[in-house]
Write a new protein. Sequence first.
Length: 108
Amino acid sequence: MNTITESSNEMQSYTAVGGANWGFWGASSPFVSLTATQEHLTLSFLAWDVLSIQSKNVKEICIYKRFGSEGIKIIHCQKDCPEFVVFGSRDLKSLIEALRDLGYSIKD
């Protein structure tokens, strides 16, 4: 289930449910969520925020394809987080559209 929070015709946040790999960790859907705002990308596992990347530290977000599945790969320069995060959602198209609406650039 994906959630969009809007105010004054501007998207404030978007949350997608899926699976992810970060550092030495990984979890499958539906145990991970990615919440995007203009300021942060926050990855949560169950009820705990695992990591939060400030948007100014995001170097690149690209489409990630591996073993027949698709997702996004977030590459950043934030020192307190693993070098990159891979997140997959069943509704990847909506996730990518929401990230673009929030000001993130997605490399195809």
